[in-house]
Design a protein around this ligand. Sequence first.
Ligand code: IMP
Length: 422
Amino acid sequence: MKGKVDALLGIVFGDEGKGKVVDFFTPRYDVVARFAGGPNAGHTIIFGGQKFVLRSIPSGIFNENAINIIGNGCVIAPDLFMQEAQELEAAGYTLTQRLHISRRAHLILPTHRVLDRAYEAAKGKDRVGTTGKGIGPTYSDKAARVGLRVGDILDNFEEKYARLKARHEQILRDLHFTDYDIREEEARWMEGVAYMRRFPLKDTEIEINEMLDAGRSVLAEGAQGSLLDIDHGTYPFVSSSSTTIGGVCTGLGVAPSRIGRVFGIFKAYSTRVGAGPFPVELFDATGDRIRDIGHEYGAVTGRNRRCGWIDLVALRYAITINGVTDLVMMKSDVLDTFETIRVCTAYKKGDDVLCHMPYDTAGWEAVYEDVPGWKTSLSAVRSEKDFPKAFADYIAYLEKALDAPIRIVSVGPDREETVMRE
Ligand code: IMP
């Protein structure tokens, strides 16, 4: 039988804890592949008392038997990739034959990062609050058909690099953004390019399809979240890639008929980093309390994440766009001490009430329903039968409202602190 591509997607604003779940899932899959985004992601994985933050490398790297792929839909910064890979090598993991990189993935140049800063500065108060990793400018060059791809490092690279860099420098002069010095960064970046040459740089779309034909299973590891998708997110406050299910097909070169299960991952509450509308945002002590208990500080930028209650309007939208078959609820334990839990069921503006996602969420306020908290620690729970009643009721309430089953519930950061429901 032919293998399938299952997808694991963050379905809100990213930071749902995908790293932990992918790591938990990887023993079941032969291949783990990233299909979109780049070092703007920060997937934190904790096991055996060790903590790793992965940015570009798929989380399957900790499973010695899995092949890991950085797909064509990704963007990759050679210097950051080298740093990330060397940290793993220093921890005893051998990577080179287990980590395959698409020749079609695009390269983030040092000047893309400068452009990211320059464009944000030019936007002033309308800035997106990007991670500053050069993501937008790199995808812009891809769409403008002037970008450099991983395959370019194999042939006459210096000349191609110089040409694109000169183009960027011209744009920066036009923007009067000249206060930057990338010399050190560029030297390290070039070292990264040399380092990348020792990895299998492949036509990974062919490889994945061959592996599927041979009956092997693939997990597509999402990055960011559905509401940061370039098409379906809260544009323009989005990232620049396709973070939803369509991105799995284009970002890996697999047909829709190859897709199996779609796991939609969300937290028991909401967070957002960067600018943009966020109807459930809490500006009070409750928001601070969620941030503190949930350690909601960015894995990449260290920024405070904006916190709020769970948003069923956003979740229903993302479930529809992605065709989610199974839900995964993370960080349930963060709400252990709350007397009452609020759930956003609709948005309102004046007399208008909406239960579906509007074109622009700016100016809409959340409408809440309250449910009783479970007020007991979930972290030791390993089986559904041990759920406190109020927690079991909360799950049943969400499943009904979202019309999708919650298959996995995470009750703590460690790999072990996970409950599977069948
Ligand atoms: P960019 O992807 O760096 O261009 O940032 C665009 C927007 O997406 C900003 O609001 C970022 O904060 C947000 N963003 C990008 N990557 C992540 C992520 O991995 N988690 C959460 N937010 C992200």
